[in-house]
Write a protein that binds this ligand. Structure first.
Ligand code: CO8
Length: 257
């Protein structure tokens, strides 16, 4: 499948999606959204794919929503079309998605990275929510996901001033899981995704669901949800295999069932 704004590859059990609008620093427009939905959809139905890496270019993961596309819109346009709601589907991906961020991840770009399950950042990465400088506010989850990731003080600082933070500050703040040299970014992200893809698929999907639930519910509900998922994994062949392999001191052979 040929895309206009993406480069899509498979690396064994890992799907790699690169945003590819170099002329606009990968600004997110309606074509990018439509194509991302297609690429995610294809990887989700492909049994061979166990995890996805989403990345951009060396200079920009994505410099935000496409300002040139948004500029002429008025309230009626964005309200009637429920502008931005299409991105919810990207945030709801079932298979694990790692964002590999190099360069700018601003506005919708930062928000897209935060829709992924975790972010691996190159030491060149710069994160920010500069919408306030355009007379708007974050609209793809920035005020909510950023606040959950880094806490109120840092989120307010970034959202109200529109300043950028570098990779070290992003790691200290808990926005990114690790920082790696820029030339190792894709290698590290693919290796992490390959590790995930090598594990039992039901347990991976449930682990993702359980951690995600922590951001959506109370501790009591979250603990109950986790326990039920935990119990249900004892109905899988892979739980028997994983534990037998440990006891027999061999590598498990998971069947994803
Ligand atoms: N939208 C459209 N075009 C962009 C964007 C963007 N967000 N960012 C960069 N570009 C274009 C520039 O216009 C320029 O094009 P041209 O050569 O035709 O003028 C090209 O990319 C290169 O950019 P610069 O020359 O500006 O490159 P610099 O290295 O000088 O600067 C910056 C890089 C600092 C990243 C700068 O480009 C910049 O500030 N970009 C805008 C960042 C921004 O404000 N992002 C937030 C956008 S609003 C948003 O994301 C709302 C999210 C919620 C809605 C989501 C719906 C999808």
């Amino acid at each position: 499948m040929a895309y206009e704004t993406l480069i899509v590859e498979t690396h064994g059990p890992v799907g790699l999606i690169r945003l590819n609008r170099p002329q606009a620093l990968n600004a997110l427009n309606s074509t990018v959204l439509a194509e991302l939905k297609q690429a995610y959809g294809a990887f989700h139905v492909d049994e061979a794919i166990g995890a996805i890496v989403l990345t951009g270019s060396e200079k920009a993961f994505a410099a935000g929503a496409d300002i040139k596309e948004m500029q002429p819109l008025d309230f009626a346009d964005v309200y009637k079309s429920d502008f931005i709601s299409g991105w919810d589907e990207i945030a709801k991906a079932r298979k694990p998605v790692i964002a590999a961020v190099s360069g700018f991840a601003l506005g919708g770009g930062c928000e897209l990275a935060m829709m992924c399950d975790f972010i691996i950042a190159a030491d060149t990465a710069k994160f920010g929510q500069p919408e306030i400088t355009l007379g708007i506010i974050p609209g793809m989850g920035g005020s909510q996901r950023l606040t959950r990731a880094v806490g109120k003080a840092k989120a307010m600082d970034l959202v109200l001033t529109g300043r950028m933070m570098d990779a070290d500050e992003a790691e200290r703040s808990g926005l990114v899981s690790r920082v790696v040299p820029a030339d190792k970014l894709i290698e590290e992200a693919l290796a992490a995704a390959a590790k995930i893809a090598s594990l039992s698929r039901p347990s991976v999907l449930m682990a993702k669901e359980a951690v995600s639930r922590a951001l959506e519910t109370t501790l009591e509900e979250g603990l109950r949800f986790e326990r039920r998922l935990f119990h249900s994994l004892f109905a899988t062949e892979d739980q028997k295999e994983g534990m037998a392999a440990f006891i027999e001191k061999r590598k498990p052979v998971f069947k994803n069932r």
